[in-house]
Design a binder for this molecule. Structure first.
Ligand code: ATP
Ligand code: MG
Length: 448
């Protein structure tokens, strides 16, 4: 079920109705997993999963609308008027293959055995129709003491399914738990088995850590675990070999950023990872093309602003406000307003942007940095045009004014005009645009 839901009265009523139907036909049925855990932890759950002794075909027969979500694994989605619920038959996972989820499962009649296959004690609790908690492995007490602990022998559990090691890091960070000593030792011992886990599943866990309630803690644990050097597809970013002590101060405050894209961008920037390496890394992590471009745009924005200010401050010791403004607006047009806003949110966390190698900041650049942070948001609002199509003269008109057939030069000229108008260097006026286009065309033909 999608993550936008929150457990509410209506959802609970419908879930109870599903239990009632199963119980009245003589089956056992319980709430399990995340809902029971979140309720015990005093947190808002987002969906309700149900476990039952009824076989998948029996579940399908009992309800008018069902979807065979994972029949082989025993999961049927029951569709109620307002919400849907995953109803999974009690099962035992027997043959784990290559340290991944088992290919086959065996359906069983007993709740306790079903709970036994689950990863952590707090995830191995059930709740009956009357609200009684069934907690055979001490999940409640672990939660109360702030401890995350494997069910059973942690070494075996991590070897059965290596993804659990990432889940361990995610849950510890998200719920502010200390990983129990044996569990943590076992995780470190089994970390090399992470290479059997598909990068999609790694990404999904890592994404949830990064967008969760404490990404700093998640990253600290991730570095301390030593898991990152053992990914199926190796990553070439410095952080892979960091320990928690190597984390730059910028990352301590990563949780202050609202948007996951800004958090990922800060993660890359704080390591000094450039746009190309960031793109390569995110692609290896199987982020969608769109997600990659959103994050990389923030890093490009950073690079463009640095380069412009570098240039401007190199020419004169006294960087003017106008120069800082133009540098920023140009980057906003080139990388997109969304990326510029995200850069603005992340920039105050980064070390003084324009430090020299010796760690000192030249006064002119420091001033530029301060100007950007102070006025950036307002500058974004002032930009009159963001796309070439918004210029008062279109490509044909510019080509006619220049007296040349459209060609590669045209895009180059239009782009320069766009930046000029966006930065407030010239008005968005047809005659002025055509005039300047002729000048730019001359420049272009000299370079060719
Ligand atoms: P959330 O939905 O917030 O991630 P959740 O605990 O509901 O939390 P799910 O992935 O929906 O997580 O899994 C539901 C339950 O299934 C878990 O609570 C746990 O009991 C069990 N589970 C899920 N993945 C694993 C796994 N890799 N190994 C063992 N048990 C698992
Ligand atoms: Mg769930």
């Amino acid at each position: 079920m999608s993550g936008v839901n929150r457990v509410n009265k209506l959802m609970l009523d419908e879930a109870n109705f599903v239990l009632d139907i199963l119980l009245s036909h003589g089956y056992q049925a319980y709430f399990v997993g995340g809902y029971v855990r979140d309720r015990a932890a005093g947190r808002e759950g987002k969906d309700i999963d149900i476990a039952t002794s009824a076989k998948p075909e029996e579940v399908s027969r009992l309800f008018p609308r069902t979807v065979p979500t994972g029949l082989k694994h025993g999961t049927v989605t029951v569709v109620c008027p307002n919400y849907t619920f995953e109803v999974t038959t009690f099962r035992k996972e027997e043959r784990y293959e290559q340290y991944r989820r088992p290919k086959e499962v065996r359906f069983i009649g007993d709740l306790r055995t079903d709970l036994e296959r689950r990863d952590f004690t707090m995830n191995a609790m059930a709740m009956d129709r009357q609200g009684n908690i069934i907690d055979p492995f001490g999940g409640l007490s672990d939660l109360r003491q702030g401890i995350l602990r494997c069910v059973g022998d942690p070494e075996e559990r991590f070897a059965e399914d290596a993804l659990r090691m990432l889940r361990c890091v995610r849950f510890a960070a998200e719920y502010g738990l200390t990983v129990e000593e044996k569990t943590w030792k076992a995780l470190k011992k089994q970390r090399e088995k992470l290479r059997f886990i598909a990068m999609e599943r790694v990404r999904s866990e890592w994404e949830r850590m990064m967008s969760g309630s404490d990404p700093f803690r998640a990253l600290s644990l991730l570095f301390d675990s030593g898991l990152l050097p053992h990914l199926k597809t190796p990553l070439a970013i410095p952080a892979v070999n960091w320990s928690a002590a190597d984390m730059p101060p910028a990352l301590r405050r990563i949780g202050e950023l609202e948007e996951p894209e800004a958090r990922w961008a800060l993660f890359m920037l704080a390591q000094g990872v450039d746009a190309n390496l960031a793109r390569q890394t995110l692609s290896k992590l199987t982020f969608s093309r769109e997600a990659v471009s959103h994050i990389v745009a923030v890093i490009r924005c950073d690079e463009m602003i640095r380069n412009s200010l570098e240039k401007a401050a190199g020419q004169n010791a006294n960087l003017t406000a106008r120069e800082a403004e133009k540098a920023f607006k140009r980057a906003a047009v080139r990388c997109g307003v969304l990326a510029a806003r995200r850069w603005l949110s992340a920039a105050p966390l980064l070390p003084p942007l324009f430090d020299t190698a010796e760690g000192r900041t030249r006064p002119a650049k420091r001033k530029g940095h301060e100007l950007l942070l102070k006025h950036g948001a307002a500058w974004i609002g002032e930009i009159p045009v963001l796309r070439v199509e918004q210029l008062a003269a279109n490509g044909h008109e510019i080509a006619r004014a220049v007296g040349q057939a459209p060609g590669p030069w045209l895009g180059w000229v239009l782009d320069r005009l766009l930046v000029d108008v966006a930065c407030g260097d010239m008005p968005n006026d047809k005659t002025r645009l055509e005039e300047r286009a002729r000048q730019y065309y001359r420049e272009w033909s000299m370079h060719e």
